[in-house]
Each structure stands twice: as structure tokens, then as C-alpha cells.
Design a protein around this ligand. Structure first.
Ligand code: PLP
Length: 370
């Protein structure tokens, strides 16, 4: 099978699987055993799953009353919370992933910086008498802007609400400590941090009651029926063991270099969320006047994979609702491009990208808004 030979800068959509993860998964795929069986092979499969669970618990510093439920990824984990929590109100931010947003009864507005408006959230909660779930992501998948989740959790506690956070875009990039955080539910996925697609987990904290989304047999402590994805779980845990925060700081240096160079080449360049705290790998930018499709296709032809925003299942390019929520102009949303670096991005990749950008810019600069 061919591996991708171009410049891959779309890690927020999915990351390449780390070689050690592939090796562990292959080894596990060669092994036969259903973790529900009581014979030796079953017990070995069970051991692999429980060891993996311990790895995730340790990485998150989850507490003794927290339960890690392995899922098929973040969409499932989010659905489990948003569909399962017995509440009357669901307040989410306006910039959540669709697997959260679908359930919102109300949305928290977003400031032009890309940060949610915490004061607006408090106004929504004053005098609240209804059972309420608040769901706010840790960092946005398009802009990389880190959300004030500690403040959101403090408000949730003050007004007696349940609180969920989708930590997909921060896990593995910045350290997390669930015992300090105090959320009720936390969503993680495997494929944004060097693990396999179709893996992840929901952490249910402090034994908060939540029904299973998938019903059937008693796997995952009755919280997720179905034979476990053994190789996927082991692959996910292997990626967790390989988390390298220092490496991500270096990625931040490359991201900053890239933004500086692109701004020097194209003075009209707009970088979204630039003044807010951001995860180190993400840059959402726009060349107002030049449509995203033009930029995407030109870069694709030059062997560069980037995205126009969140990966869209239909493969089409749509104006970003995240940027709209931040108050970006029509021209800005129509020309947005997301560049997301990752664990295998090299300085050479960034330098090549800059020179491809320079070539592309020469061809499109007349279209740029003055
Ligand atoms: N939440 C966020 C913030 C994401 O970026 C994504 C993936 O793009 C998801 C949820 C969905 O994750 P999964 O592909 O594991 O279902």
C-alpha cells in the first residue's frame, strides 16, 4: 500500500498513525480472543483491554470514581452524553462539532477572538431551575482556540448543571488533569493524536449516571454493548503512551514560523484567533477575495493537503460556521483555509509549504481584496 508522499498539514482532520501503533495493532490483530470469554485467550484479551484502560486513566489523571468507556471515537462518546443525560436544557457553544451541536437547545455566543462569551453563559444560567447540561469543547477544531473550560465548569457547579467537554483537539497536545478539572463527562478520540480511526473513549466522572447508547450484552461495565475493538483499543492506548508534549511545543514554533512567513508574503492575510490562546499546531487563515476552493485545489495540485475548515463528510467546501459565529466577514469565511501540523511535521515540510504558498500567491494576488 502506498503511503502519502506530499506535505500533509491536515492533522486536525486525522493524523497519520504512528509506526509503533501500527506494529502493536498488527500484533493484536494476529491474536484471537474475545474479552468476554473465560478461557485463556479471552482472559488475555481482557488483560489487554484493562491495561489499555489504565494507560488512558493515567494519562488523564482520572480519579478512582471515574469510568473510562471505550467507544468508536468522539462522535459516539458525544452522542452518549448528549442523548443520554437526563436534562431539560442543553447549552452548547455555537462552535461545537456537529456531534454535540445537534442536541443544543441554546447556544453560547462567541467573541471575535474565537473564545466563547462566558458572561453570556452566566446570563443564561441566572435563575435556572431546569436540569441542565452544558457542553463546551476544550479547543476548537477549526481555529485551535482554547476555550475557558475551567470558568465554564465553575459556572456549571455554581448553577447546579452537568458539564461535558469535547477534548478531542487538546488531548495529546496540552496536558490534562481530570481530577483538577472537575467536568462530569470528557470525550477523547484516538485518530487526532497518532492513534487509529474508530477509537476513543468517554470518561464519566464521579459515577454520574448515564445510560448506554448501544444496548446489548454487558461489555464496558454495561455502558457500551458490543465486542470490543481489541486492536483499536490497544492501538489507541499505544498512541496515548507515546504522547509527547515537548514535541508539540516544537510544532508550535513551526506553526509560528509558517504564519510569520505567510503574512510577509501575503500582507492581506488574516489569521483567526491569533490573539487568543491556541493549541500549538493549528492555523486558520484567509486571503479575502480568493475562494477557499481555489487555494485548496492549487495547494492540492502542488502536493499539499490542507483543509477549508472542519473535514466535511460530503467532501464539499462550505463556508465555516465557526468563523461566522466569530463575526468574520463573508469574504473572510469564503476564503478560509485551515493548516494543522502534527507529530511528523518537519521544518522541511513547513519550508516547502511556504515556497508553494509563495508560488500560489503570485498567481492569485490580483484577486485579493485591497
Ligand atoms: N469533536 C471534535 C472537536 C472533532 O474535531 C471531531 C473530529 O473532527 C470529532 C468530535 C469527531 O471525532 P470522531 O471522528 O472520533 O468521531
Amino acid at each position: 500500500m502506498a503511503t502519502f508522499s506530499g506535505i500533509y498539514l491536515d492533522h486536525n482532520a486525522t493524523t497519520p498513525v504512528k509506526p509503533q501503533v501500527c506494529e502493536k495493532m498488527l500484533e493484536t490483530l494476529m491474536f484471537t480472543g474475545n474479552a468476554s470469554a473465560i478461557h485463556k485467550a479471552g482472559r488475555e484479551a481482557r488483560r489487554l483491554i484493562e491495561d489499555s484502560r489504565q494507560t488512558v486513566i493515567k494519562a488523564l489523571n482520572a480519579g478512582p470514581r471515574d469510568v473510562v468507556v471505550f467507544t468508536s471515537g468522539a462522535t459516539e462518546a458525544n452522542n452518549m452524553v448528549l442523548k443520554g443525560a437526563e436534562v431539560e436544557r442543553i447549552i452548547t457553544s455555537a462552535i461545537e462539532h456537529p456531534s454535540v451541536l445537534f442536541a443544543a437547545t441554546e447556544k453560547i455566543s462567541v467573541l471575535p477572538s474565537g473564545i466563547i462569551d462566558v458572561d453570556a453563559l452566566e446570563k443564561m444560567l441566572v435563575g435556572n431551575t431546569q436540569q441542565t447540561l452544558i457542553s463546551v469543547m476544550m479547543a476548537n477544531n477549526e481555529t485551535g482556540v482554547i476555550q475557558p473550560i475551567e470558568k465554564v465548569i465553575a459556572l456549571a457547579k455554581k448553577y447546579g448543571c452537568l458539564v461535558h467537554t469535547d477534548a478531542v483537539q487538546t488531548f495529546g497536545k496540552i496536558p490534562m488533569d481530570l481530577q483538577k478539572l472537575g467536568a462530569d463527562f470528557v470525550t477523547i478520540t484516538g485518530h487526532k493524536m497518532g492513534g487509529p480511526q474508530g477509537t476513543g473513549c468517554l470518561v464519566i466522572c464521579n459515577c454520574v449516571a448515564l445510560p448506554p447508547l448501544l444496548q446489548g450484552a454487558a461489555q464496558e461495565k454495561n455502558l457500551r454493548a458490543g465486542t470490543e475493538n481489541l486492536a483499536g483499543i490497544v492501538g489507541f492506548a499505544t498512541a496515548v503512551k507515546l504522547i509527547d508534549f515537548e514535541g508539540y511545543q516544537k510544532i508550535g514554533v513551526l506553526r509560528d514560523k509558517l504564519e510569520k512567513a505567510l503574512s510577509a508574503i501575503s500582507p492581506a492575510l488574516k489569521i483567526f484567533g491569533k490573539d487568543a490562546p491556541r493549541v500549538p499546531n493549528t492555523s486558520m487563515l484567509a486571503l479575502p477575495g480568493v475562494p477557499s476552493e481555489t487555494l485548496l485545489i492549487a495547494l492540492d495540485l502542488a502536493g499539499v493537503c490542507v483543509s477549508s475548515g472542519s473535514a466535511c463528510s460530503s467532501g464539499t467546501v462550505r463556508a465555516s460556521r465557526v468563523l461566522k459565529a466569530m463575526g468574520a466577514t463573508e469574504a473572510e469565511t469564503q476564503s478560509a483555509l485551515r493548516i494543522s501540523l502534527g507529530w511528523n511535521t518537519t521544518e522541511n515540510d513547513v519550508d516547502c509549504f511556504i515556497s508553494k504558498w509563495q508560488e500560489m500567491y503570485e498567481r492569485v494576488k490580483d484577486k485579493c481584496q485591497k
